[in-house]
Design a protein around this ligand. Structure first.
Ligand code: C2E
Ligand code: MG
Ligand code: MG
Ligand code: MG
Length: 280
């Protein structure tokens, strides 16, 4: 198509591409600078039980950008993954989450609290991954039993036996595992029962289609059924309305994460919430 539009258009098209490449490069450099400057931090989105108590939180990467304000991963994850910088961001988030959890574990309000951390798409298979995670536990002094690592179904497709080995090596130290965005991949019951799992996280696309979408309702029922037959916890993410929460409760899902209950917040805000009588 570009050809039939003549040389001028081709040139224009090239410049557009050049501009995109240049923008990626600038972003990559900016991420690098931001990492060196300590601008990447972990924020925490609390998770609630059906009585409205906080039972844990998910650590989520945020970039406190000096000019652009607080940026969520959507603004940098593609470029960070493409350039290998996501490993540094992941490491930083794991480290600060574990350090924070070690501090929180000293407070009585955090008695049975678990902190979930996202594992990047290719990290499970990188050489030294297990050792790196164990080293962070040792350095921060966190009880690995308070940490839950979130993986996705697609991460398991490449090398299932390898994934099981690594997960089991960490599991031996007490770490828990959740499958994030569950329902968007291809997991079968047979497949799931081989993994050392603790939790399925219902993907937010299904949750947000409640209460009127029958397909999503069917998928959610199936996920809850799978979790029950495998003896796993189930949590819904992206819960935005009371109607969604009520329906999830009726279907047998009793753990919730979503804007209805709380947005991701800096550590101090979550701590204040935990220490207020309403949530403890
Ligand atoms: P995720 O792990 O599935 O995390 C849930 C995402 O949904 C978060 O987006 C959260 O802010 C958002 N969310 C929570 N409740 C609601 C809700 O009620 N409505 C809506 N619309 N959204 C809600 P966030 O923080 O932008 O992160 C996006 C994704 O980036 C995460 O999805 C995760 O896949 C990835 N990510 C975040 N932090 C890290 C990290 O430290 N390392 C890696 N590798 N990936 C990360
Ligand atoms: Mg997650
Ligand atoms: Mg998710
Ligand atoms: Mg997601």
């Amino acid at each position: 198509q570009a050809k039939s539009e003549g040389k001028g258009k081709l040139c224009f098209f090239d410049r557009g591409m050049q501009e995109r490449v240049a923008r990626r490069l600038r972003l990559e450099e900016d991420i690098q600078r931001g990492l060196d400057a300590g601008e990447f931090v972990a924020w925490y989105q609390p998770q609630f039980d059906h009585r409205g108590r906080i039972i844990g939180a998910e650590a989520l990467a945020r970039w406190l950008h000096p000019e652009q304000g607080t940026l969520a991963p959507g603004a940098f994850i593609d470029v960070a993954e493409g350039s290998g910088l996501m490993n540094r961001i992941d490491h930083m988030v794991l480290q600060s989450a574990c350090r924070q959890m070690a501090r929180w574990a000293q407070l009585s309000e955090f008695g049975s609290f678990t902190l979930s951390v996202n594992i990047g798409a290719s990290r499970l298979y990188q050489a030294g991954f297990v050792e790196e995670v164990l080293q962070v536990f040792t350095q921060t002094g966190v009880d690995p039993g308070c940490i839950k690592l979130e993986i996705t179904e697609s991460m398991l497709l490449d090398d299932m036996p390898g994934a099981i080995d690594r997960m089991q090596a960490l599991k031996a130290h007490g770490v828990r595992f959740a499958i994030d965005d569950f329902g968007t991949g291809y997991s079968s019951l047979l497949y799931l029962q081989r993994l050392p799992l603790d939790q399925l996280k219902i993907d937010q696309s299904f949750v947000q289609a409640l209460p009127h979408d029958d397909n999503s309702l069917g998928i959610i029922k199936a996920i809850i059924g799978m979790a029950q037959s495998l003896g796993l916890e189930v949590i819904a993410e992206g819960v935005e309305t009371d109607a969604q929460r009520t329906q999830l409760y009726q279907l047998g899902c009793h753990r919730y994460q979503g804007y209805l209950l709380s947005r991701p917040e800096p550590a101090e805000r979550l701590q204040a919430l935990m220490q207020s009588p309403r949530y403890g």
